[in-house]
Design a protein around this ligand. Sequence first.
Ligand code: FRU
Length: 440
Amino acid sequence: ALISSLFATSPMQSVKAETTSNTVTAEWTRQMAQNFERTSENTAPEIDADFKVVAEDLWIWDTWPLRNRDGSLAEINGYKVQFALTASKDYTWGGRHDHAVIRYFISEDGENWEVGGVAYDPEKAYGSRQWAGSAMMDDSGKVTLFYTASGRKENETAQNHFEQRLAKTELYMFEDNGEFSVENTGEHQILAEADGTYYETQDQKTGSIIYSFRDPWFFQDPATGEEYILFEGNTAGYEKSLDPSNIGDEEFRATHDVPEGSEDFNGNIGIAKATDKSLDNFELLPPLLEADGVNQQLERPHIVVKDGNYHLFTISHQFTFAPGLDDGIDGLYGFVNDSLRGDYKPMNDNGLVVANPESDPFQTYSWAVLPNENVISFINEFTDNGEAIKGGQFAPTLEINLDGENSEITGVLNEGEIEYPETEEDTTPAWSADALEEYK
Ligand code: FRU
């Protein structure tokens, strides 16, 4: 990284001083967010126009596999499970966000996926539609599905249509004699709402791009066992005037122009701590990382820990970079630190980890890095022989090597393929009949 927090008293510091060390907020500064370039290390190959279609009649986009409490990939007696945002193709490509429901997909080989039903009772779910999240199966076999409740089911207005709250529900998934089934009539609960202090509310928003309080991602810190949800937020309470620390060091600031309106771009990576193991109660903490003056949307944040390095990933768009940051591209961005909180450094100098090819800069989106260094995403929009194609299916998986501050794409797998570890263990979760009876 260009800036070091070792100089705690210098204006070059990239960490906002906070009262205790575990509330430090790292910064992605305008100085860091420069010179994004496609290279052989970060650029995915072009999509094959003949891509695999998992569900003919559905648009599929943001996707996440079922994981165990420690973040490893979960299986249910050999069955692999993914969740994804879906909408009927009766809706337009652009209109799909307004009709999103979370469906589950199952596979026996981690490559050929079969579409299942909606992962919950849509009548009971919060929001007029449900946006991205994460899913965790605990030792009892109970699956907690975290999601974004977008809008309101009742009394929805144009104003609260874009409201976002972090929510969860619980379900059970079974394999019995080769039959996969789901018990998913559980209650739903709102876990967190934008507080207006750390996290901007819709009312506090300025600028033209949608605000964010979405995409909850469950994370158990291996160092402490403490549990969190990470999410996409916007910074509140800074009165829309940028600190020098959002821009860069003194030398950079001397020549760098910050166009008016940049202060409206205030994306951050939010974090809330579970106050107990029930995961019913969360406390909002100051953001893990902020991009005030840099980018409006740090979407679907998640962490992969490798060799003691905490790799913090987020996806972002070209159009959500602040004015004057003209090299920004639709991509996967990463930051690295030696613990959960601290002075995260952008990987590969400016943060760019995965890009689409120049010829089709929007061909895939919503990358998620799994603990096995597979990177999943969905096929977005691309052109083939001059024809504009909307994908809406699983994209080819990338294999990536995370090496401290550096990363490199090392291979490409099939659409939706995930390399599950070979396991001799019995992966049947320990459901108890009593727990299930109680659930029902
Ligand atoms: C990313 C995203 C998420 C959101 C979803 C809405 O692709 O913008 O942040 O949950 O799409 O469809």
